[in-house]
Design a protein around this ligand. Structure first.
Ligand code: PHE
Length: 344
């Protein structure tokens, strides 16, 4: 048989095969069948040595040309099949449907408020300090002028680990640690977790405080007032009023509690004629405890007698509730993403 005719015959035959191919897998089958190592083209070419030498070049040229044309046909059919696949996929996909927004993470409101407050105090020249949550009795109570059996220890229901080791009930032990490791003047704030044996609607066994301490020479109650007023206005707005009420803490003398004008009713006690549920119509809400550091604390840490300074401690969740108008303390600990997502 004439090899050239046989070779030329492959092209229309492949064309018929390709017309019937409906997938890329079919295509691959045809490629093996026609152009593979033992395929049709190769079989025909295996007869080449039987030809007289002068006829061989023409057959070789035809083989190359047939191979090229076959490859072009494959290419063409492959593109068509791929385009069909894409069109089918697009037919199942409605590009006009609203997309799914990517999930956006957010910082926890407690973290947000803690960072904001520390930022404000950093701006006022304070360093940020920290201390352990598992604390010794000596730093949590004794150095803070609360000897064993002191009744003030009852103010804080303590979670004890051993007789002398406990979960810190406040951040005030960081005052002690700071003064033991630094000479005056010092100005630090210390954010962190504190623990109390207490759990009901308005108390959780763990919550966050920020401690403040400034000790140097000639630091007075006026500085305390000035710093705390600046802080309150930075967090709650420039119109916020601040009130100091006499109070008692064993480690400060004199001591005070600080109220701010209620941010819910603006200090009026009523919202749209309704009694304000945040301040219970008083127009004021308590936000922190503070005072001038008691000389007994300086003695406990070995500070000289001529220093003076102030300390304060505030509840972070409390500030966050007032700032964001959150009515329920439990929200901070449930980690409901519908709640947390609002702070993104
Ligand atoms: N540690 C006190 C408390 O937790 C708050 C406080 C801190 C008061 C510093 C005065 C000075 O109640």
């Amino acid at each position: 048989m004439d090899l050239i005719t046989a070779l030329e015959g492959l092209v229309p035959e492949l064309q018929r095969g390709l017309d019937q191919a409906s997938s890329l897998e079919d295509l691959e089958g045809l490629r093996v069948d026609f152009l593979g190592r033992k395929g049709r083209l190769a079989q025909i070419m295996s007869l080449l040595p039987k030809l007289p030498p002068q006829e061989r070049p023409a057959v070789g040229q035809t083989a190359n040309s047939v191979k090229e044309r076959c490859n072009a046909l494959f290419e063409e059919r492959k593109n068509a099949l791929e385009a069909g696949r894409e069109a089918a996929a697009l037919a199942r996909f409605d590009p006009s449907l609203p997309g799914r927004a990517p999930w956006r993470g957010s910082l926890h409101p407690t973290t947000l408020v803690m960072e904001e407050i520390c930022g404000i105090f950093r701006g006022l020249g304070f360093d940020v300090a920290s201390g352990p949550e598992v604390e010794i009795d000596h730093y949590n109570f004794e150095s803070l002028n609360m000897p064993p059996e002191h009744p003030a220890r009852d103010m804080q229901d303590t979670l004890y680990i051993t007789d002398t080791v406990l979960m810190r009930t406040h951040t005030s032990p960081v005052q002690v640690r700071t003064m033991l490791s630094r000479r005056p003047p010092v100005a630090v704030v210390a954010p962190g977790k504190v623990y109390r044996r207490d759990s009901d609607l308005t108390h959780t066994p763990m919550f966050h405080q920020i401690e403040g301490l400034m000790v140097g020479h000639d630091i007075s109650m006026a500085h305390l007032r000035g710093i705390l007023t600046a802080f309150v206005r930075a967090v709650f707005g420039a119109d916020t009023r601040v009130r100091f009420r006499p109070s008692f803490f064993p480690f400060t003398e004199p001591s005070a509690e600080v109220d701010i004008s209620c941010c819910m009713c603006g200090g009026k006690g009523h919202v749209n004629g309704e009694p304000c549920r945040v301040c219970k119509t008083t127009g004021w809400v308590e936000i922190l405890g503070c005072g001038m550091v008691d000389p007994a604390v300086y003695a406990a840490v070995g500070y000289p007698e001529d220093v003076s300074g102030f300390a304060f401690g505030l509840g972070v969740e409390r500030v966050a509730m007032l700032k964001y108008g959150i009515g329920d303390l439990r929200m901070f600990f449930e980690n409901d993403v519908r709640f947390l997502g609002q702070f993104a």
